[in-house]
Ligand binder design. Structure first.
Ligand SMILES: NC(=O)c1ccc[n+]([C@@H]2O[C@H](COP(=O)([O-])OP(=O)(O)OC[C@H]3O[C@@H](n4cnc5c(N)ncnc54)[C@H](O)[C@@H]3O)[C@@H](O)[C@H]2O)c1
Length: 323
């Protein structure tokens, strides 16, 4: 890659996996600066295998801190923005932080990127910006119709990103991926929540009747997708990233319980989340046109993830998971 990349939110789930992937490419001239404010969702222990790599450095700081961001943007070629508040449930109980980090923080990054002529700005967005779809799949040109304060803040950020392209000619890229799973995901999120609750014999809360459908992607596949868009994407464009592993939440819970040899009596149906999108599904022709394909099979990736959590209790046992 031969570039100095400012990665924001790199102490979180996808960001840490992305940095690991880029460093594994063994390009001696690649440098990564990870800017992360270390919210509850971050964990520096997720980065310990590459923390001493000379091509990597960490800075604790907030993407809303314009002076700090400006200093870092002056000195980098590309910016990849993962930093965000990401838990939908929290966006319902306390939306302010989502607006601040996801919307204003993205703007702080864009302003400095423009000022210092950063040559690529990749905004990591989500398929949740499209809202729910009963049948078919969303393509990149579909209308954004977010339902939760989380997805609305991500859609807001995207609009500002594209406005910087239209108005100032900023070379921006956007990825919209489906639900990720894999190592180092906070146990507040569905798949690690199921595994960690089942491991402790705790009840697993399932919204409504568990029929809501999600399209799951192994985090490494998404990270390779983000890398592909960063290297080959066309400025000013958005790219959906998904692996076509569509399952109801209930069937994901049952699959994991079966793999772990735990009883279905651990399932506990709870009142639905307000504004809960029923189904997400994205068309991924465009990113496949850049040469990307998902590699992981859902079943094997899920086995791997279950084993990872069971073998790495040190990583998750002190973390809370909502309910
Ligand atoms: N997890 C998914 O399934 C998924 C799917 C699609 C898109 N995304 C997007 O991918 C990105 C990463 O998601 P994730 O699941 O890794 O999230 P995460 O919650 O695991 O990590 C977010 C990281 O951002 C950091 N952060 C939060 N506010 C910050 C601020 N103001 N300044 C600096 N750092 C800050 C946190 O400390 C944390 O390390 C997000 O932008 C999210 O919207 C996630």
């Amino acid at each position: 890659m031969g570039k100095k990349i400012l990665v924001t939110g790199g102490a979180g789930f996808i960001g840490s996996n992305f940095i690991r992937l880029i460093l594994s490419r063994r390009k001696p001239e690649t440098e990564i600066v990870n800017l992360d404010s270390l919210t509850y969702a971050a964990d520096l222990r997720s980065l310990k295998d590459f923390a001493k790599d000379p091509r990597y450095s960490f800075i604790k700081g907030d993407i809303c801190d314009s002076a700090l961001v400006d200093k870092l943007a002056r000195d980098c070629d590309w910016i990849v923005n993962f930093a965000a508040e990401t838990h939908v449930d929290n966006s319902i109980s306390a939306p302010e932080d989502f607006m601040k980090t996801n919307v204003l923080g993205t703007h702080v990054l864009l302003k400095s990127a423009l000022r210092h002529g950063v040559s690529k700005f990749l905004q990591v967005s989500t398929d949740e910006v499209y809202g729910s779809i009963d049948r078919g799949r969303f393509a990149e040109k579909s209308v954004l119709s977010p339902s939760s304060p989380y997805s609305a803040s991500k859609a807001g950020a995207e609009h500002i990103v594209f406005a910087y392209h239209q108005t100032f000619g900023m070379p921006v890229l956007v990825t919209r991926s489906s639900n990720n799973f894999g190592p180092f995901q906070h146990p507040e999120k569905l798949i690690p929540k199921i595994i960690t609750h089942a491991a402790r014999g705790k009840k697993i809360p399932i919204y409504a009747r568990g029929l809501n459908r999600r399209d799951w992607i192994m985090v490494e596949d998404n990270c390779r997708g983000i890398e592909t868009v960063l290297l080959k994407g066309k400025a000013g464009e958005a790219y959906n990233i998904g692996a076509g592993n569509e399952h109801s939440n209930l069937s994901v819970v049952k699959m994991i319980l079966k793999k772990m040899g735990r009883p279905e009596s651990l399932m506990q149906f709870v009142k639905d989340r307000p504004g809960h999108d029923f189904r997400y599904a994205v068309d991924t022709k465009k990113v496949r046109g850049l040469g990307w394909r998902p590699k992981a099979s859902f079943g094997r990736a899920l086995d791997y993830t279950v084993d990872w959590y069971l073998q790495n209790e040190w990583w998750w046992k002190s973390k809370g998971s909502s309910s």
